[in-house]
Design a protein around this ligand. Structure first.
Ligand SMILES: O=C[C@H](O)[C@H](O)[C@H](O)COP(=O)(O)O
Length: 226
C-alpha cells in the first residue's frame, strides 16, 4: 500500500469510530495536514449528520467550507467531543510531535478542549523515541534569536523555517538533535522560554486513541484515561 492509501485507511477508521456517536448538534474538531484532509473529504459525505466543525488552521477551515460544512469559532463552542488530527511522530504512550505544517498552536488549543483526541497516522510516524523529526517551535518574531540561543542551551540545533508565517503571524524554529527522553518535561521547559508561543510536543495532552495505518490493516491503540 502507498502512504496515501494508509492515510486514507486511517481517515476511514476515524470516521467509522466517530460517525455512530454524532448527533445533529455535534461539532467536530478538525486537524491540519494531508491525513486530516483525507478525513475532511470522507466526513463531507455525511454533512447532514452533524452541525459543523472547529478547524485548527485556515487551510482546514477553507477545505471544510468548500464542502459547505459550517466552521465555528472555538470561543462559541462549549464542548467538543472529538478532535481528529494527524501527527509527524508518535510513540507508544501516544505522545506526539506535531507542527510539520506549522499549525501546532491552534492544534494544541483544539486538542486541549476536546474530550477525545483521535490521532490518525500511517506507520512511518510510529517511533520508539520522539525526536528524529525536528521539533517545531512557534515563536514571536522579535524573540527568534533569543529563543534560538535558549534552545541551543537545551542541546538542540534550531533552524529558522524561512518563508513560513503561521496563522497567528509568528515564525517557526525547527529544532534538530534534541534528546527527548521525557517529552512532558521538555514540553514544559521549552514553553517556559520567553517568546515561545508553544512547541510541537503533545505530551502534557497526548492523543487518547491512535489509529495507525499498517500494511496489515489499521491498528488501534488507546491511552488509559487518567
Ligand atoms: O502542523 C501540522 C500538523 O501538526 C500535521 O498534523 C502534521 O504535520 C501531520 O501532517 P500529515 O498528515 O500531512 O503528515
Amino acid at each position: 500500500m502507498t502512504q496515501d492509501q494508509l492515510k486514507q485507511a486511517v481517515a476511514q477508521a476515524a470516521l467509522d469510530l466517530v460517525l455512530p456517536q454524532l448527533t445533529a448538534k455535534s461539532i467536530i474538531g478538525i486537524g491540519t495536514g494531508s491525513t486530516a484532509n483525507f478525513f475532511i473529504d470522507l466526513l463531507a459525505k455525511y454533512r447532514m449528520e452533524f452541525d459543523g466543525a472547529v478547524a485548527s488552521s485556515e487551510a482546514s477551515a477553507k477545505r471544510l467550507r468548500t464542502y459547505g460544512i459550517p466552521v465555528y469559532d472555538l470561543n462559541s463552542v462549549p464542548e467538543l467531543e472529538f478532535y481528529v488530527d494527524g501527527a509527524d511522530e508518535t510513540n507508544e504512550h501516544l505522545e506526539l510531535i506535531k507542527g510539520g505544517g506549522a499549525a501546532l498552536t491552534r492544534e494544541k488549543i483544539v486538542a486541549a478542549v476536546a474530550d477525545t483526541f483521535i490521532c490518525i497516522a500511517d506507520e512511518s510516524k510510529k517511533v520508539t523515541q520522539l525526536g528524529a523529526f525536528p521539533l517545531p517551535v512557534e515563536v514571536i518574531p522579535m524573540a527568534r534569536s533569543h529563543v534560538a540561543r535558549q534552545l541551543v542551551e537545551l542541546g538542540g540545533d534550531p533552524v529558522y523555517r524561512e518563508g513560513v508565517v503561521t496563522d497567528n503571524g509568528n515564525v517557526i524554529l525547527d529544532v534538530y538533535h534534541l534528546n527527548i527522553s521525557s517529552a512532558p518535561e521538555l514540553e514544559n521547559q521549552i514553553n517556559n522560554i520567553v517568546g515561545v508561543v508553544t512547541n510541537g510536543l503533545f505530551a502534557q495532552r497526548p492523543a487518547d486513541i491512535l489509529l495507525l495505518g499498517t500494511a496489515q490493516g489499521v491498528q488501534q491503540l488507546k491511552r488509559p484515561k487518567a
